[in-house]
Write a protein that binds this ligand. Structure first.
Ligand SMILES: Cc1cc2nc3c(=O)[nH]c(=O)nc-3n(C[C@H](O)[C@H](O)[C@H](O)COP(=O)(O)O)c2cc1C
Length: 179
């Protein structure tokens, strides 16, 4: 099986990146192929809400913007499971994560929200010491994932306080993806 992780923090050595890597390490230990995409290291523009808001994506299933978005979608389509790890900013999904999810959801309308129905997703929200907003960010992520048809493997809040036991747990989650 193929497992793709998308991490949306600008910090390549931070907590969010670490959670994605731990989940992939677990998947690799179970014999799966893994790949990590750093969303802030590639070019993903925001949705232009073209065509008076609805956009040709609604019928064509593709975005008119020529950037790195389509390549990431191709990777998700080729994967059997997606790990989506994001930092919590202002009690919310991070800007780069939301920019990507907004375009992904729009494009999926052109495919009847059917392309991901056999794919698993492990969603991870990484917060600071307070942990404020981690549950809310996951609640919002769940709406995107459910709307797009993913099967949710787990939704995991990780904070600086609980990381010592959540990071090993995420390795187990990656290992157990297809059990
Ligand atoms: C702009 C900004 C807003 C933040 N807002 C929150 C917040 O609402 N709640 C929280 O617990 N942590 C918040 N944090 C802390 C991050 O969620 C925390 O550092 C997290 O571990 C992401 O770090 P990473 O880039 O190392 O993955 C915020 C950080 C930044 C930069």
């Amino acid at each position: 099986m193929n497992v793709l992780a998308i991490q949306t923090s600008p910090n390549q050595d931070g907590l969010t990146a670490e959670t994605a890597k731990r989940a992939l390490a677990g998947a690799a230990a179970a014999g799966h192929e893994t790949e990590l995409v750093e969303l802030n290291r590639i070019g993903i523009e925001k949705c232009r809400a073209c065509d008076r808001g609805w956009g040709p994506c609604r019928t064509e299933g593709t975005c008119i913007i020529r950037d790195d978005f389509a390549g990431v979608i191709d990777k998700i389509l080729a994967a059997d499971a997606l790990v989506f790890a994001m930092p919590v900013y202002w009690w919310d999904i991070s800007e780069s994560a939301k920019t990507f999810l907004d375009r992904m959801r729009r494009v999926e309308t052109g495919h009847g929200f059917k392309r991901y129905t056999e794919k698993l997703c492990l969603g991870i929200a990484c917060a600071g010491g307070s942990g404020n907003g981690a549950a809310r960010a996951l609640y919002l992520l769940e709406e995107y994932l459910k709307r797009m048809g993913f099967k949710i493997h787990d939704l995991v809040p990780v904070t600086q306080r609980n990381r010592t036991y959540k990071l090993p747990m995420l390795e187990q989650a990656g290992r157990a993806l297809f059990d």
